[in-house]
Design a protein around this ligand. Structure first.
Ligand SMILES: Cc1ncc(COP(=O)(O)O)c(C=O)c1O
Length: 388
């Protein structure tokens, strides 16, 4: 092939940075304070305001925030925590870290999210918490889940890792849960390279999470530096190093300012995919649920049996065309790490079907029209049986 005809590869996702992030980083470097400090505090305040919660605690990752959420909620040995099987493995892992048992529940097919019904089917006498996930950015239908959990005094943790900028009944996701956790991994809209956040309405939980993320030191690092003479180090309980750096937080502040633009652009791209692929036989496309709006962190399609080729063949067609599509999220209960563990007996057929039939298409802020059309045409050609 003539090298000039080789098309550029289209990534499945990529972050959107600009001069603001570079300037913010340079300022932090010049200040000499790069560890957790004033920028982290500033990022937490902005994030909390944007998400209508009084307390936001920045962490080194969403997995760390999940771990802290479970600790502050008092979850431990002998407790069961219901988690959707269709979720990134970190959700079940965090439950395992605290010595509790993850009990997998199924999802409903239109969103890929857990519902009050699928959670109810997985409850045990030992269920103390439920972690619901806004899978791929789609808001979970929280109100019926809250009603169920409140009746049984079960803590509701919302894993909004991918859902910054998504709304549930007109409010930002996460506000209705006891605790919510967020990710700033580069696969998310707002990224700090790595990073996470825990949000809550409870002052006591926020204070404990803040302390635990910093080795459970009686005084935060920044306060220690300022005190003269320095007080002795006191460690109140066994904590962790789950701090975010000021370098990360400075980027996060700049990224958060772009959030509305990011969501608007993703919704435009989603509309273009829907216009191009919506009438293709054998494909079902992700869409807003009746109870809210997604940020389209992921744009997935379900490849149904009526489609001309299988999901796996379509994936290789896309790869051959230089398009970085991936399989949708997997079912945790089928992973080797959980396969031989006791994780309850709930039926998980819909999670399995979802895991086996979905493909995540390229979706990122700077994805241009030519690339979007290339993705659409590759799928449409495959759907017409061409090149079978
Ligand atoms: C639902 C969910 N929870 C947690 C995580 C882990 O996030 P992090 O990489 O920030 O620890 C992810 C990552 O994709 C996720 O999708």
């Amino acid at each position: 092939m003539n090298p000039e005809t080789v098309l550029a590869r289209i990534n499945v996702m990529q972050p959107w940075f600009g001069a603001d992030e570079a300037r913010a980083l340079a300022e932090v470097v010049a200040s000499g304070w790069v560890a957790q400090g004033p920028k982290v505090k500033h990022f937490e305040a902005n994030f909390g305001t944007a998400h209508e919660v009084p307390h936001a605690v920045a962490t080194s990752s969403c997995t760390a925030a999940l771990h802290l959420a479970l600790v502050v909620a008092g979850i431990g040995h002998g407790d069961d925590v219901v988690v959707p099987s269709l979720a990134f493995i970190a959700v079940a892992n965090a439950v395992t870290y605290v010595g509790a048992r993850p009990v997998f529940c199924d999802v409903e097919p239109s969103t890929g999210n857990a519902t009050a019904e699928t959670i109810r089917a997985a409850l045990t006498l030992d269920t103390r918490a439920v972690i619901v996930v806004d899978q791929g950015g789609i808001p979970v239908d929280l109100d019926p889940i809250r009603e169920l959990c409140d009746r049984h005094e079960i803590t509701v943790i919302e894993d909004a890792a991918s859902a910054v900028g998504s709304y549930y009944k007109g409010r930002p996701v996460g506000t209705g849960a006891d605790l919510a956790v967020w990710s700033f991994h580069p696969s998310e809209l707002v990224t700090t390279g790595e990073g996470g956040m825990l949000t809550t309405h409870r002052t006591d939980w926020a204070a404990r999470a803040r302390m635990l993320r910093e080795h459970s030191r009686g005084l935060a690092n920044v306060e220690l530096q300022e005190a003269e003479p320095p007080p002795p180090d006191v460690f109140l309980e066994i904590g962790f190093n789950y701090r975010m750096t000021d370098l990360q937080a400075a980027v996060g502040i700049a990224q958060l300012r772009r959030l509305a633009q990011m969501v608007a652009r993703r919704r435009e791209i989603a509309a273009a995919y829907c216009a191009g692929l919506g009438s293709t036989k054998g494909l079902r496309l992700v869409s807003d649920p009746p109870h809210g709006t997604t940020n389209f962190q992921s744009f997935w399609i379900e490849v149904q049996p009526e489609f001309a080729i299988s999901r796996e063949v379509l994936l290789s067609r896309l790869a051959d065309a230089g398009i970085g599509a991936t399989r949708g999220v997997g079912a945790g209960h089928r992973q080797p790490a959980y396969r031989w563990r006791d994780t309850g007996n709930a039926r998980l057929q819909r999670a399995e079907l979802f895991a086996d039939s979905t493909i995540v298409l390229p979706m990122y802020h700077e994805l241009d029209t030519i690339s979007i059309n290339r993705v659409i045409n590759t799928i449409r050609t495959a759907g017409n049986g061409v090149g079978r």
